[in-house]
Design a protein. Sequence first.
Length: 593
Amino acid sequence: MKPLRLDIKKKLAQRSERVKSVDLHPSEPWILASLYSGSVCIWNYQSQTMVKSFEVTELPVRSSKFIARKQWVVAGADDMYIGVYNYNTMDKVNMFEAHTDYIRCVAVHPTLPYLWDWEKGWMCTQIFEGHSYYVMQVTFDPKDTNTSASASLDRRIKIWNLGSPDPNFTLDAHLKGVNCVEYFTGGDKPYLITGSDDQTAKVWDYQTKSCVQTLEGHTHNVSAVSFHPELPIIITGSEDGTVRIGKDVPVASMDSSGKITWAKHNEIQTVNIKSVGADVEVTDGERLPLAVHVIFTPQMGSIVSEKVHPRIKIFSKTFQEKKSIRPTFSAERIFGGTLLAMCSNDFICFYDWAECRLIRRIDVNVKNVYWADSGDLVAIASDTSFYILKYNRDIVNSTWRLHYCVGGEVTTMFHLDRPMYLLGYLASHSRVYLIDKQFNVIGYTLLLSLIECKTLVMRGDLERASQILPSIPKEHHNSVAHFLESRGMLEDALEVATDPNYRFDLAIQLGRLYVAKAIAVEVKSESKWKQLGELAMSSGKLEMAEECLQYAMDLSGLLLLYSSLGNSKGITELASLAKEQGKNNVAFLCLYL
C-alpha cells in the first residue's frame, strides 16, 4: 500500500534565530515567518526568495499574521507591543503596548476589526479573563465568528462569545498545559483539536463538551495541531522533532451490493465482499481475504493484494486444538505467560488465552518478555532498554462488544478485540460487516429471522415465534433459548435449546431430573452424574440417586446413601469397589459397618 507522500518541495532558509510561527497569505504565494531574533520575514515560496523583512523589536516575535484586506502584517512580541506594518509600502501603521507579559499569539477576526479596533484608534474593545496561567493560543471559530477558543498552560480550553466577559464553558481533560487549539473547518463536525505538554492531542466535540479522541505517539510536548481542510486527517507537531499525520475513524462506506469504498492516504480504494467465493470458509470475527483495487490515486495505481498472515493455534496439555487466531500482522515471535504475546519487528501485542482478545499493543522492538510469578507484572526487554508494566485484570475485562437491541433489551453478539466501525448489513449474506483502522473488513452472522423471533417473544406472541423457529438454523437455537431464559421462560428455553450442557443446566434449574438424566446418559459426564445424584438424593429419588452416584463413581456419596438406608448388601459391594479403586478410607468404613 502506498504511504502518504510528504516530499519537501521548497526549503526556505536564512541566518536567523528560531522560527516561532508561520502564516500563509490567502492569495499571494507568500509565507510570513516570525523570528526569535525580533524580525518578521515574507517569503515567496514559488521563487524561494525573500520579499520583505520588518525589524519589529530586539526581543523574540512569537506570532504574526497577515490582514490581507488591509494589506497589513500584525506582529506580537516579547516586548508586550503589537506592531502593524503595511507590507506594500513597508510603513509602520501603528505600534502600541497591548499586554503586561509576552504576546504569544495573535488571531485576526475574519471580517471585523477586533479585538483591537483599528477603526476606533486601536481601542481595546473587550478583555476576556478566566485563565489562571499563560494563554498560549487563541483562535476564532470559522463557522461562528462571534465565538473563539483559548488554550492555556492552566490545562484548560475556554470558549468565549464576543460581547460576554465570561467563558461559555471550559474543557478540562489534559494533564498538563495546553499549547495550541484549532477549529475543524473541513465539514459539519463540531470539533476542535488541542495539543498539550502531556504529549497528547485531543479532539473535542464542543456541542457535547466532551473529548471524543486522544491522539498519542509523541514523546515530547505537542506544540502545533491542525485539521486538514479537505482530507480526513489531523496533523500534529511536537518538540520531539516530528510531525505526525493520522486519522481516527476510517472513512469507508458499503453499498447494498457489498462493494466497500474507502479513502486511504491519497488513494481511493475498493473491495467487494462478493469476491469471496462460497467455497471459502470464513468464520465470524475473521478478516475477509479481499483483494484491494485502487480506483483513484494521483498516479493512478493498480490492483493491490493484501498479505494473508499465518494462523496461530493454541493447544491444550493433551495437544487438542482449543483456539486459533490469525493476526493482522506478521508475527515474528510469540511468548507465553499470563497473556499470550505476539511480536512484529516494531511492536508487541498481548492477547488473553481464552478468547484470543487483543488486550494491548505496545510500540517497541521486543527481544524478550518476562512475567512475574504473581502474574500481574511483566517486563519487556529490548536491545537497549526494558519496561515493566502492570497487568490489571479488572480493566482488561471491560472490552469492545458488538450488540444488537430487541425491544430495549441489549444482547451481546460478539466480543471484539479492537475498536471497529460499522459498515452495514447485507441481508443476502445475513451478516453485519465492520472495518478497523487498518481497513481490515470483518463479518459477523446476524439472522433477521433470529431478531424477528426474539421480537415476537418480547411481544408475548409465542405462537408466531414458534412458527418462525424452524427457519432459524439449529446452531442459533441456543441464542433464542438464552433470550427465553432471560425473560424467565425456562420451560420454553429447555424445549428450544440444543446444546446438551445448557439443556442439562436448565433441566436442573427446573427440577426436571429425568430430562437431566437422559442428557447425562448422552454426554457421559461424571460431574453431571454427581450433580444429578446429589439433587436426586435431596429430592428423595433414592433409586435415581444410587444410579447417578454409581455412574459418577462417587464412592463417598454411595457410602452416605447406603449407610443411611441400612443397605448391607450395597455396603458390602461398595467395600470391594473401594478397595479396587484404592479408596481405603471408604473401604474401611464399609467393612466396619
